[in-house]
Design a protein around this ligand. Structure first.
Ligand SMILES: Nc1ncnc2c1ncn2[C@@H]1O[C@H](COP(=O)(O)OP(=O)(O)OP(=O)(O)O)[C@@H](O)[C@H]1O
Ligand SMILES: [Mg+2]
Length: 251
């Protein structure tokens, strides 16, 4: 009998929140399979950011556990996660605006005590625009370029799992497409991807599977194809039947 292969990420009955006794994530469970792109969807305030922050060690966990490729990382400190093979791109403040592109990337290499050259070259090859503009201050970059830099910074640490919170936030549809294309490339390079998204249509076009989080608990977990045809999703998030759009889609 062969042992079942471990999922990239296994979130088991996770409880997490900001104050003792007031869980925001309430018994959420989901698995991310190795090599897939998975999206976490759900209404504003559902606890999507809190869930991924709990996974990456930024929000205290009060129950359940998190396994990364079979290894328990539930109480690993956030700054140690890169050594476990997990990188996180927060929604905001994900680059150092006063440092150049090169310095942002060098800092990420220093964080994992890696040789700069060896780490930066392959990342520059993947992000030629960043390579060309490497001396530019991150604060001078457009929203799309800044998001690319945030992803590039995360890749410097050579994660096995990349977790992103709303990488499309504030970007035009054209830039969302560019960032999502880059995430496809990231996955093709062997990195498993978990992302929180408000942009449901784009997320379902990108992801293999998605989990819908409602009130801190996963309500539906299914393939993107199934979710696209799911009346509950259509009514809740895609505006069908109701003729309404979600807040961020309406922008
Ligand atoms: N730092 C914090 N301290 C206390 N409560 C917080 C904090 N951050 C979020 N919350 C609360 O946790 C709940 C879930 O918020 P969270 O940001 O996880 O939702 P979300 O699903 O990511 O929403 P959105 O789609 O708006 O990003 C909300 O009620 C929010 O007020
Ligand atoms: Mg959020």
């Amino acid at each position: 009998m062969t042992a079942p292969s471990a999922a990239a990420l296994d979130v088991e009955s996770l409880e997490a929140g900001y104050e003792p006794g007031l869980p925001i994530v309430r018994g959420a469970s989901l698995q991310v399979q190795t090599g897939e792109i998975m999206a976490i969807l759900g209404p504003n305030g559902a606890g999507k950011s809190t869930l991924v922050k709990a996974v990456v060690g930024l929000v205290p966990v009060s129950g359940g556990r998190v396994l990364l490729f079979g290894r328990d990382i539930t109480r690993v400190a956030a700054h140690r996660m890169v050594f476990e093979g997990l990188a996180f791109v927060p929604q905001t403040e994900n680059v150092f605006v006063n440092l150049s592109i090169a310095e942002n990337l060098e800092l990420a290499a220093a964080l994992v005590k890696a040789d700069r050259r060896e780490r930066l070259d392959p990342v520059y090859a993947m992000f030629p625009d960043l390579a060309r503009q490497r001396a530019l201050r991150a604060g001078q970059l457009s929203g799309g370029q800044r998001q690319m830099l945030a992803v590039a910074r995360a890749l410097i640490t050579r994660p096995r799992l990349l977790v992103l919170d709303e990488p499309s936030a504030g970007l035009s549809p054209k830039l969302v497409a560019q960032v999502f294309d880059k995430l496809r490339e990231v996955r093709a390079s062997g990195v498993t991807v978990l992302l929180v998204e408000q942009n449901v249509k784009a997320a379902l076009a990108l992801a293999d599977r998605a989990a819908v989080l409602v009130e801190g608990c996963e309500r539906i977990v299914a393939s993107s194809a199934e979710l696209l045809g799911d009346e509950r999703i259509a009514a809740l998030y895609l505006g069908r039947h109701t003729g309404q759009q979600t807040r961020k889609e309406a922008h």
